[in-house]
Design a protein around this ligand. Structure first.
Ligand SMILES: [Fe+2]
Length: 282
């Protein structure tokens, strides 16, 4: 049964954190699981991802349209049995629909039928839907070489405004200290405080994304890129582009929030895995 609501379906920014988040229990993992349950209960029709690990050269964007099961990029520090047999079929029809919406907005876009899925996508799908794989169609949008914030916000707006019965999802990353994973396979150990830049930028990002709604959310997300600690917190822009995508998707005139951060954990000393929800289910 499809449950109808009087406002847009919520959008999500899922910070996937380290690869170990796939196999270790955590509050973000349980939150992803709850979103999967709620999405099925609400009759959500599909999932449109912008991942942090797929950028293409040039000024065009690509949309994943593999006609057969995509290969998964192997990941370290996780037992292979936890993900190698997870079915993750991409929906080529949804991909074509997303491509058409982007092209209609003047955004150079083409389909790519040969992508490898990266952990930022299949980790979240594993938590959302369990070991039998996603029960909803999904596709993935790339970033391009420019990380132009206005264009990425436009993509979120162009794609998700007409597809608001779909979910969107993104990712975040701060500089890490990897020794706890490399030597101890312990991604949650925090034997020293997080660096000041990590705490400060986590706080300013939290406030910017939860205290703004509608078009102000889009402006706040773009403004974060000019924050003096932005570059310390994001060595490259690839892990921030999905923030812009989701702000474009959830920053329309009809988006009244509430915008919240329902779950969070810290990993590898300096990485805050904050999960954001834009809007509410009812
Ligand atoms: Fe990542």
């Amino acid at each position: 049964m499809t449950v109808t609501t009087s406002h847009p379906t919520p959008c999500f920014f899922f910070s996937h954190g380290s690869t170990m988040m796939l196999g270790e229990d955590s509050k973000p993992g349980r939150f992803w699981e709850s979103v999967g349950v709620e999405a099925k209960r609400r009759g959500v029709k599909g999932i449109v991802f912008m991942g942090a690990h797929w950028e293409v050269t040039g000024d065009a964007f690509e949309v994943a349209s593999n006609p057969t099961e995509p290969m998964k990029q192997p990941i370290g520090a996780v037992e292979a049995k936890k993900y190698v047999n997870l079915p993750c079929p991409i929906d080529p029809d949804l991909a074509a629909r997303v491509r058409d919406l982007m092209v209609a907005k003047g955004i150079k876009t083409k389909l790519n039928p040969n992508i490898m899925l990266v952990h930022d996508i299949y980790m979240v799908l594993r938590w959302m839907f369990g070991s039998n794989g996603p029960t909803l169609p999904f596709t993935v949008i790339s970033s391009n070489a420019y990380y132009d914030p206005w264009t990425v916000v436009d993509i979120g707006s162009a794609v998700l405004t007409p597809l608001r019965d779909f979910l969107t999802r993104s990712h975040n990353l701060y500089w890490n200290k990897w020794s706890n994973i490399v030597f101890y396979k312990d991604n949650f150990a925090q034997q020293e405080p997080a660096a000041e830049f990590a705490v400060d930028f986590r706080n300013v990002a939290h406030d910017a994304l939860t205290q703004n709604t509608g078009p102000a959310l889009r402006a706040a997300a773009m403004r974060l890129m000019r924050h003096p600690q932005y570059r310390d917190a994001h060595a490259t822009d690839d892990h921030f582009a999905p923030v812009l995508f989701v702000a474009g998707a959830a920053g329309g005139q009809d988006d009244k929030g509430p915008n919240t951060a329902p779950a969070e954990c810290w990993e590898l000393i300096n990485m805050a895995n904050t999960q954001f929800q834009f809007g509410e289910w009812e």
